[in-house]
Design a protein around this ligand. Sequence first.
Ligand code: AMP
Length: 273
Amino acid sequence: MRTWSALQRRNNRKISLVPTMGYLHEGHLSLIREARKRTDCIVVSIYVNPTQFAAGEDLGHYPRDFSRDERRCEHEGVEAVFYPSDDDMYQPDHTTYVLSGEMGRKLCGRSRPIHFRGVITIVAKLFNIIQPHIAVFGQKDAQQSIILKKMVQDLNFDIEMIIAPIVREEDGLAMSSRNKYLSETERRQAAALYQSLQMAEDEYKNGNNDLNDICRKIQQLIEQKSSGKIDYVECVNTADLGTADPQTSDVLLALAVFFGNTRLIDNTVLKQR
Ligand code: AMP
């Protein structure tokens, strides 16, 4: 991988990296297309990173289909697919991690305490191996994108971070490899997440500035329309994921909801900076 990247750099080609865990869907492909607008040299990494899964999470049955992913990448004209094994990525005596600090303990970090340590460690490793000029991530994982941008700044990676919009199914459910886990009923009910975000956007546009009230209404709507169990519904600012205040900060509304064992996340920006 390094040799290939060095060759591209010697030929003055700008490398874009799209990191994924595979089982590629239109959301992932949209990141590739964002990258394509900026460069003619795209690397897609496909790696289900064990260190971001806690014991009892879905590492063992995370959906995988490398030949289909490879075909999709080929169809998008991707220049290289980086598909390392666990042995490639982690030596048996691996001990060093990148920590995300307070931001990694908020929102998803509360129910997944080691998750962001794993995510930013693997992304730092991918950056060091692939040496991209640009990296493209999805707004779908808003907390991840914010934490990774901070890591790039704090650790002086010379990489431009692009965050691409959320791609949704027809009924509004954010595309995710994990949607595959949902039963037919859960899948139907999961549309309530986007409906609740749309309701929140309307409330805010119509002058409701009470973010706690908006979060409460979201909770009610999801509980009315689905069997989903709410993990969190929160409004935070994107600078440090602390409390949002429409007067002084931007407002990211983020939620996580369990359908059975499947944890779905979604978000919308109620107020831009
Ligand atoms: P994953 O394979 O789920 O780890 O996701 C890899 C990248 O794709 C991350 O940057 C995600 O934020 C992004 N992504 C996943 N789902 C979507 C979606 N529905 N729309 C846009 N980006 C997405």
